[in-house]
Design a protein around this ligand. Structure first.
Ligand code: 5AD
Ligand code: SF4
Length: 458
């Protein structure tokens, strides 16, 4: 049985896309391996959002060429955002590359890879000299309906918490962002298809779903109507909430545009919605928000956060922030720091601005030196971390309801779970009995970012 190894960089959407690809390989008779040296096909699902992400993917792919020495038939492929944005030029960067597949063609990866692998294996059997020429495939075309192809899940090692991709693409034009280029226009899947997928997951023991979209709250706005003042996204939340057996619902990531009161209100009457949103702020300065072409003011962002905390007093909010955007002054940066202090985020990803090809910000003249970006990155991180640590410390001594998702990543002897606020708690217990269950845990210790506790039996 041939084996496929899939390495994923980037966002949760990419993880979900990789799962779809994995499923197609297992259906085609492959096994998925976690050991690249054992694989007949090696795929890297790539991210383009920052230069560092691209360099990592290229570095990894280059390094993995060594497996070809021992196994000359191995097929190598790039898929996802960097494949989409760089296309065939990747064959020049990475000479052993065979396949480049963009973000609207994940469902074709199996066909391309298996086609090449079968030919190579046949040739080897016939003891013909292995020739690698003329075999490569590059497919980065758009495809209508491609959002509907990310719908199947792996059938082994099912995680009780699953991702569901509800849409593709983004119609915003943030001046720093490559995503509209790599993921195309907003395209939503029909509500009924998504609900069917959620029911199938439920039948396999999934209890928590995270609905994924580039701007998830804008789901369906170009395809479906509002009903009773409710956006298509809120209609979807209601219907997913009606699925018996699904106990928790999350979504990521929302945008301030289209974050209206119907969505705020959903948190008051849909108890399955978890008390956490990952809500990218990007900057706390109106000048920078304008330069980023984000069409709202900082005050609007703050107002939505406050409404969310009023709707759910235990609401945790995490965010993304870019520092060192072209033209960001000390005052602009200070406005960001002040907003972080004011909103008391539970955590934040802080990114140094990275110029991306074909984006307006990359052409701006007032680019900042790396040293300034680095300095602001460190300064902001220390503010973010202090708040995050203080909030976690405050949970010591409390009982938190968690969903146990199985063995913890770093120590397989212990179990891991997440609170509704998305905080990780590590504890001891019976793996088979507890995985997929929701129960209270008494938090006993905090090491800053991770909580440790003991399950409570009432
Ligand atoms: N440079 C740095 N960070 C970026 N992001 C998106 N584009 C860039 C860029 N050019 C960040 C944003 C986004 C997150 C996924 O990545 O904060 O929310
Ligand atoms: Fe990276 Fe954005 Fe593509 Fe996700 S959608 S992989 S974050 S570039």
């Amino acid at each position: 049985m041939p084996k496929v190894f899939i390495k994923t960089y980037g966002c949760q959407m990419n993880e979900r896309d990789s799962e779809q690809v994995a499923r197609m390989f297992t259906e085609g008779g492959y096994t998925v391996t976690g050991d690249e040296s054992d694989a007949d096909a090696i795929l890297v699902n790539t991210c383009s959002v920052r230069d560092q992400a691209e360099q990592k993917a290229i570095g990894k792919m280059t390094h993995m060429a060594r497996h070809r020495a021992r196994k000359p038939h191995v097929v190598y492929g790039f898929m996802g955002c960097m494949a989409q944005s760089r296309g065939a030029e990747l064959f020049q960067n990475v000479p052993h590359l065979d396949v480049v597949v963009g973000t609207q063609k994940y469902h074709k990866v199996f066909e391309y890879v298996d086609g090449i692998l079968s030919k190579r294996l046949e040739r080897r059997m016939d003891e013909l000299e292995l020739s690698m020429t003329g075999e490569s495939v590059c497919d980065i075309e758009e495809e209508e309906g491609s959002q509907n192809t990310i719908r199947d899940h792996v059938t082994e090692n099912i995680n009780p918490s699953s991702f569901v991709s509800i849409m593709q693409g983004c119609n915003m034009k943030c001046s720093y962002c490559i995503v509209p280029d790599t993921r195309g226009k907003e395209r939503g899947r029909p509500i009924s298809d998504i609900v069917e997928e959620v029911k199938k997951l439920r039948d396999r023991g999934v209890v928590e779903v995270t609905l994924l979209g580039q701007i998830v709250n804008l789901y369906g706005r170009t395809e479906f109507d509002k009903i009773d003042g409710k956006s298509p996204f809120v209609q979807l939340l209601e219907q997913v909430s009606d699925v018996d057996g699904i106990e928790r619902i999350r979504f990521t990531s929302p945008h301030p545009i289209g974050y209206r009161d119907d969505l705020v209100a959903a948190f008051t009457y849909l108890p399955k919605l978890c008390s956490h949103i990952h809500f990218p702020m990007q900057s706390g300065s109106d000048t920078i928000l304008r330069a980023m072409r984000r069409p709202y003011k900082n005050e609007k962002f703050v107002e939505i956060c406050e409404k969310m905390k009023a709707a759910r007093p235990d609401m945790a909010i995490t965010t993304d922030i870019i520092v060192g955007f072209p033209g960001e002054t000390e005052q602009d940066f200070q406005d960001t720091v002040d907003t972080v202090k004011r909103l008391q985020f539970d955590n934040a990803f802080v990114f140094r601005y990275s110029p991306r090809r074909n984006t307006p910000a990359a052409e701006m003249e007032n680019q900042l030196p790396e040293s300034v970006k680095e300095e602001r990155n460190q300064a902001l991180l220390s503010v973010v971390n202090e708040i995050a640590i203080r909030k976690n410390d405050a949970l010591v001594g409390t009982e938190q309801e968690i969903l146990c998702t199985g063995a913890s990543k770093n120590n397989k002897e212990t179990l891991s779970g997440r609170t509704s606020q998305n905080k990780i708690v590590i504890f001891n217990g019976d793996h088979d009995r507890m995985t997929g269950k929701i129960f209270p845990v008494k938090v006993e210790e905090s090491t800053g970012f991770t909580l440790y506790g003991t399950p409570v039996i009432h």
